[in-house]
Structure formats: structure tokens, C-alpha cells
Design a protein around this ligand. Structure first.
Ligand code: NOJ
Length: 756
């Protein structure tokens, strides 16, 4: 049963009563299990700082010095994480400790400001023997208080620079609230929108996810983690969590080594290269070995092949879940499997604390492994400057939350992430003096525009679509809710029809509640509930043009909605500036520039459907559905705008080259319309014949750029054969084979040849 609690940070008082300050000689500490630990020498000379407290020394030296002074209990305590504050996350269940030792490595911090953190930190820094500061982490997924669009929307912006700006805002706010570490970015590839956590990643493509993941890591962490406003990042969920069967959460995944390397590992590798300080192990069982007990992924790949020198934290209770997953017979065995596989920090289930000492004594876990895990955690604490600056200055909230420039970033990102799916008869953009009937359950809603994982965001911070639209329209907007998000109550339909009949155009705001996606929020169909579709069908009978505005945390089955609407705008869950952003796009203040990063299937039954699949043995007219087209409704990369972009001929600097050459592909794009707009050129590669078959096409590069009306620009893609034309096998070894390849841009396909 879930127990919410304000953590009682009762430091072992016997410990506090003993020696705490540097300068004292030695002491024996009781540990949580009642056994004693060896005495440890501390520095007698008060004027000479202990090496680990000397900020002029290299981090490695400080880590080694501190490690050499630690008792076993102090080391084990570093490997545990608990919570502090009111844990209001419904999926964070089964907390198992109510007394948190002040020597603990980390806490998940549920605070709006730094005061509680500072009080706890004081216990750790001033009342423990070695004064090791605690690392405070939190799920800052798409903003802390200034909530910006969900990651799935961020991907659809195709603007990693802007995504980085938003992460800077999140980091700044979180840092002021006392958070050192965010459990973000999530770089899980998801191809099944029934899985609610598709909302938390950047979509179905490994390359695009890699780019956004790396941009987020760099933005959160900055160049120097100890600088104000920088926080450590955490790549999650390592790995393959998105391969969830039938979209159910937490279930086992079947992933071949080939698919692991082709699809699920690349974004993690990119994030590690970008400098991610930490990684979170996943809940899913990966073809027999759970992610949180997987030596291959955590040690052989992450730490040995990629040389990651940060640490791996478990997902919530992921160690104890090794029992439910059928691997460990009890908590002790679970702890053994996890730490031996390379999992450094145990999130909340307290098993490392309970069992590591015994496991060491029995020789089932080595001291070397424990020391390695402790080193990795201490290293981050030193890099964050926590020993020098353990406390967060408590500034008035007005100085750091919802600042005008933060809201501006949130708004820009919301605008750039919206995808215009349909616009028959150029019904959009709306004239500002037209009479709008704003209808639907999302029209005046605030809280659901936040999406899942909204940090410390508040519904009252959100500007609704109704308020956003009223702000820009010259005539006042008429409103009727029509119906709720689900259920069968059609009593509001008549009023909606009346309002629609008196208008020039209907803007119908449909979608999902925020808790319909995210963790543990799967849906068996990704169509909207029938009542919302029925409202559209009823309004259609008025003969008025209908613009459907969608807000949701996944791709949708629009089989009924899309044909019935004149225009469809996908706005995702756009965050606090959702209303103004929607209004701007609807009225042409912003030319829509978002493009899908998840395929919208024709119906739910097509799932999984994604663009970068391999070719079938019988192409074309075979292997088709009896009842629906075999092509999706809207493909990856799709999205309309209010202007026309004319693409010239794609050219290449050489059509034949060797592996050591670089060739440049170019295409000139002209904004042939009369509205400025941002166009993203998407560069794909196709390797038609290979000893290890490749997907029909793979995104390798993209660039988004503002093109003023009438302006043209030549976009380029410099091809590095080893990077862009090679492939990996199931062991992660990279190969390149001579032969023909195709560069694909829009509907063009240009052949290039790699020679021996
Ligand atoms: C479980 C989620 O899977 C993970 O993404 C999150 O970071 C942790 N809970 C902590 O809240």
C-alpha cells in the first residue's frame, strides 16, 4: 500500500552524538543492521583541510581520499536513494523506509523550494562523520514549474536548439528549488502508442532521439556541473523499455541483440557521448534478463565498451522487482544480481542497505564492485560542487519561476511542435474577425494541457485555448463544451450545435486527459473515446467548416476524425503556454512547422507501424489488410504549413567515393508562398542490399531553418561513410559494405556508390 510521508530524517543519533567534525581521531559507528564497523582515522590537524575537502585537488584524488576514509556502512549508504517530501507520484509505490540515514547517497526530492532540502542537507553535511552531501534528484521531465510541451511534442519541433533552451529553463528552476539531478532525458524508442510512456520520449526514430537526447544532456549539465543553474542528467530507461508488448507497461520485452543495437541502444550511446552523468536501468525484462540485472547492457556495453564513468541508478523498486520477474528468490539475491550486473544505486527499495554487507561477507559481491559504485557516485557529488556548496540559496519564488523569458521559451517550443495534419480548402489560418465557435472538452481546460510528468507545474499557471484565442481574435469567441472527455452524456451536444450554427467556423478541441498517457497509462485503442468522435459528427451536420485541435500524449487513431474534419492541428500536451501557442498557429501568427516523429496508424490494429521497418519478401500488392489500407494515416516526418516549399534537384559532390572520402549532398529549397515559415529538410539513407538487411530508409541528418517568403536556401548534408552508411551487428561491431546507396529527400532518391 502506498504511504505518503514527509521523510523523517532522523539521523542515527548515536552517530550524531559521536564524532562528526574533521579533526577528531577515530570512532566506531553502529550501522542500520546493528553490526559495527572499523574505526577510521580522521585528520588531527584542523588547519590543513582533508584532501577530499580540498577543492584545488583533482576530483579523482578527492574521491580516492574520501573512499579510503569510509567505513563499509558509509560506503553502502552512498548506494541508496530514498524520498524526501510529499511523494505525490501515484506510481511511486511501496516505500519501505521511514527513517532515512543522513549518510544516504541520494534522495528524490518532492519540494517546491529548497528549504526542506537544506534542512536535510545540514544533517548530512554537519552531523555526519565525513560530511558527505546528499544528491537530490527529481523527475524534471518537461519543465519544473514552467511546464513546456511533453517530449513527444519536443521531438516534433525538429529543433534541438530550442529543446536545449527549454532544458536550460528547467534546470535553472529545478536548481533554485534545490535539485541537483534530473531523471531526464528519456530516450526510449517507442513504436506502439498504446504504451502511455510514448509521451515521454522523442518518438520512433533512433537518430532523432539521439540528437534530442544529446541536446538535452548538454543543456541540463552545461559545460561545468558546478556552475549555478546546471544539473546532472540521467538517460533512461536503460534499455528497451519502449519495446513493451501490446503497449502494456512494465511487461517483458523481446528484443534481439540486433534490434537492441539497431534501435534501442543508439540514443543511449549518443547521450553518453554528450556527457550524461548518469543512466537509469529499466523495469523491463530484456529477453530473459531484466534491465536492472543485465550485466551485458550495464557493464559490458555501458561501462566497458562506452567507458561511461558515471553511475547507474535503478528505476523505482526495480531491484526488488527482480523477485516478481522470476529471477531472484528474495531481496538479498535481488541485490546481488543488481550490483554484480553493474547497477550502482538502489532507488528506494532499501535492498542494498539491508543485504550488501552480508553479501560481501559471503563473497557473493566483491569489495571492488562496491568501491567502484561508491566512486562513481562520489565523483558526481564532487563534480556538482556539492562539497563546496551543499546548500541552495532560498530565494523568493518570484525571482526564478515562470519568468517572462522562460514563458517565451515554453511558448516558442509549443508553437514549433504543433503539427498541421490536414488543411482542406485552406480553412486555416483563421481571419481574426471571423466568428469562432470554440467547442470541446479541451477548449477551456488547463490541467490536461500540462501532460504527464508535469514536475511542480500547476493548472492555474496554464493559459487555456479559450483564453489564448480570445486574446488574439477581434470578435469574442463563443464557447460550448459539448461533452466530457469520455462517457456517454450527450446532453451538451444541442448547445454546441446552436453555438456552431451561429459561427463562421468551428474550432473543436478534443483529446486526452493528462493521465491517459505517461507511466502505467496504457490504452487498448488509440482512438479518442466515441463521445468525442460523435460530437464531431454531430457538428459536421451544421455544414460549418470544422477545425479539430487535438491535445494528446501519443499518436492517435484518427480513422473517424480526420476524414470528417476540414483541418486537423495536433498540439500534443503543450504546457503552460498552450493557449497562446494554439491561438497563434490557428490565426497565422505562427506558420506551423512541426513534423511527426511518430507514425499515426490508419487504425489501432496496424500497430506496430513505423517508417524505418525492413522490407518484406512480397512487396507491393501482397501481405495486405482485408479491411483497411496497409499504409498509415500520417507518416513519420509528415506535417503541413501555410506556405509552399519548393525543393530543387538534390545534387551530390561526387556519386562515387571511398570510405575515407566525404561527399556533400545539397538541395535548394524556396519558400514559394507569401508567408515566412520554418522548413525542416530531412535527409534519409537507404542501403538497398546488404549482408545484414537494413531498414527501407533511415533518417541520418536534418536541419530546420527560417525561410522568409520568397527566400531560398541551399541545405547540405555532409556524408561521412563510416558514420552514415555503416551498420552494426548484434554485438555492436560496425561494418561498411561497398555498393549502391540512396540519399532520400522528400520524394527524391539519388544514387551514390561506395567503392572498395
Ligand atoms: C519510475 C519511472 O519509471 C521513472 O521514469 C522515474 O524517474 C522514477 N519512477 C522516479 O520517479
Amino acid at each position: 500500500m502506498k504511504r505518503n510521508f514527509i521523510a523523517c530524517f532522523l539521523l542515527l543519533t548515536s552517530l550524531a552524538a559521536g564524532a562528526k567534525q574533521q579533526g577528531e581521531t577515530s570512532m566506531t559507528l553502529p550501522d542500520g543492521n546493528g553490526s559495527s564497523r572499523e574505526p577510521v582515522e580522521l585528520n588531527r590537524n584542523k588547519r590543513q583541510p582533508l584532501p577530499y575537502k580540498d577543492a584545488t585537488l583533482p576530483v579523482e584524488t578527492r574521491v580516492e581520499d574520501l573512499l579510503s576514509r569510509m567505513t563499509l556502512y558509509e560506503k553502502i549508504a552512498q548506494l541508496n536513494q530514498y524520498t524526501l517530501g510529499n511523494n505525490d507520484n501515484v506510481n511511486n509505490i511501496d516505500e519501505v523506509v521511514d527513517k532515512i540515514p543522513s549518510e544516504t547517497g541520494s534522495l528524490i526530492y518532492f519540494g517546491d523550494n529548497a528549504s526542506l532540502r537544506n534542512a536535510m542537507q545540514k544533517k548530512a553535511v554537519e552531523e555526519t562523520r565525513l560530511g558527505i552531501p546528499i544528491l537530490f534528484g527529481f523527475d524534471v521531465i518537461h519543465g519544473f514549474r514552467t511546464v513546456y510541451p511533453i517530449p513527444l511534442a519536443i521531438g516534433a519541433s525538429w529543433n534541438p536548439g530550442l529543446a536545449g533552451e527549454a532544458c536550460r529553463v528547467a534546470a535553472m528552476e529545478a536548481w533554485h528549488a534545490g535539485i541537483d539531478w534530473t531523471f531526464s532525458p528519456m530516450v526510449d524508442i517507442a513504436r506502439d502508442a498504446r504504451w502511455g510512456r510514448i509521451a515521454e520520449g522523442y518518438g520512433e526514430d533512433p537518430y532523432l532521439t539521439s540528437v534530442f537526447g544529446a541536446a538535452s544532456v548538454k543543456a541540463y549539465q552545461g559545460d561545468d556541473l558546478s556552475e549555478p543553474g546546471n544539473i546532472a542528467a540521467c538517460l533512461k530507461h536503460y534499455v528497451g523499455y519502449g519495446a513493451s508488448e501490446a503497449g502494456r507497461d512494465y511487461v517483458p520485452t523481446e528484443i534481439s541483440r540486433q534490434t537492441l543495437w539497431d534501435t534501442y541502444l543508439p540514443p543511449f550511446e549518443a547521450g553518453i557521448k554528450a556527457g550524461a552523468a548518469t543512466v537509469m536501468s529499466s523495469f523491463n525484462n530484456i529477453s530473459g534478463i531484466p534491465g536492472s540485472a543485465n550485466h551485458y547492457t550495464m557493464t559490458e556495453v555501458l561501462k566497458e565498451k562506452w567507458n561511461h564513468d558515471g553511475f547507474v541508478v535503478a528505476d523505482w523498486n526495480a531491484v526488488v522487482q527482480l523477485i516478481s520477474q522470476g529471477m531472484a528468490k528474495d531481496g538479498k539475491e535481488a541485490a546481488m544480481y543488481a550490483i554484480n550486473a553493474g547497477l550502482d544505486m538502489d532507488m528506494v527499495d532499501n535492498l542494498y542497505m539491508q543485504h550488501l554487507e552480508a553479501l560481501l561477507n559471503e563473497g557473493k559481491v566483491s569489495m571492488e564492485r562496491v568501491d567502484d559504485a561508491v566512486r562513481r557516485i562520489l565523483k558526481l557529488k564532487f563534480e556538482l560542487g556539492l562539497f563546496e556548496n551543499p546548500y541552495t540559496e532560498e530565494k523568493p519564488e518570484s525571482e526564478w519561476v515562470l519568468l517572462p523569458e522562460s514563458l517565451e521559451t515554453a511558448r516558442n517550443l509549443a508553437e514549433e511542435s504543433m503539427v498541421l495534419l490536414k488543411n482542406d480548402g485552406d480553412v486555416l489560418p483563421l481571419e481574426k474577425d471571423c466568428k469562432v465557435a470554440l467547442i470541446g472538452p479541451m477548449a477551456r481546460n488547463q490541467k490536461d494541457l500540462l501532460g504527464s510528468w508535469f514536475g511542480r507545474g500547476r493548472a492555474e499557471d496554464v493559459t487555456s485555448i479559450y483564453d489564448g484565442l480570445n486574446e488574439v481574435m477581434e470578435t469574442s469567441v463563443a464557447y460550448a463544451p459539448g461533452c466530457d472527455f469520455d462517457g456517454s452524456d450527450t446532453s451538451g451536444f444541442a448547445e454546441a450545435v446552436r453555438v456552431a450554427s451561429e459561427s463562421d467556423v468551428v474550432v473543436l478541441c478534443l483529446g486526452e486527459k493528462r493521465n491517459w498517457s505517461g507511466e502505467n497509462a496504457s490504452r487498448s485503442t488509440i482512438a479518442l473515446p466515441g463521445i468525442q468522435e460523435d460530437l464531431l459528427m454531430t457538428l459536421k451536420e451544421t455544414g460549418k467548416p470544422i477545425v479539430v485541435v487535438l491535445s494528446n500524449g501519443r499518436s492517435l487513431d484518427l480513422t473517424r476524425i480526420s476524414p470528417a474534419a476540414d483541418a486537423v492541428l495536433e498540439t500534443w500536451q503543450p504546457g503552460v503556454m498552450g493557449g497562446p501557442a494554439v491561438a497563434s498557429v490557428l490565426t497565422g501568427g505562427t506558420n506551423p512547422s512541426g513534423r511527426l516523429t511518430v507514425t499515426f496508424p490508419y487504425t489501432t490494429g496496424q500497430i506496430p507501424v513505423y517508417y524505418n521497418h525492413r522490407e518484406s519478401g512480397r512487396r507491393g500488392s501482397q501481405g495486405l489488410y482485408q479491411d483497411i489500407p496497409s499504409t498509415p494515416m500520417y507518416e513519420f516526418g509528415y506535417g503541413l504549413s501555410y506556405t509552399d516549399y519548393e525543393y530543387g534537384q538534390v545534387t551530390v559532390s561526387a556519386d562515387s567515393f571511398t570510405v575515407n572520402d566525404r561527399i556533400t549532398a545539397s538541395v535548394t529549397v524556396r519558400n514559394a508562398g507569401d508567408m515566412d515559415g520554418k522548413e525542416t529538410v530531412q535527409w534519409y539513407i537507404c542501403d538497398p542490399y546488404s549482408s545484414l538487411t537494413r531498414p527501407v530508409k533511415e533518417l541520418k541528418h536534418f536541419e530546420k531553418r527560417l525561410l522568409k517568403a520568397g527566400e531560398e536556401y541551399t541545405f547540405t548534408f555532409e556524408i561521412d561513410p563510416m558514420r552514415d552508411l555503416s551498420f552494426v551487428n548484434g554485438e555492436g561491431e560496425r561494418f561498411i559494405e561497398p555498393g549502391d546507396f540512396y540519399i532520400m529527400v522528400k520524394d527524391q532518391k539519388v544514387r551514390i556508390t561506395l567503392t572498395e
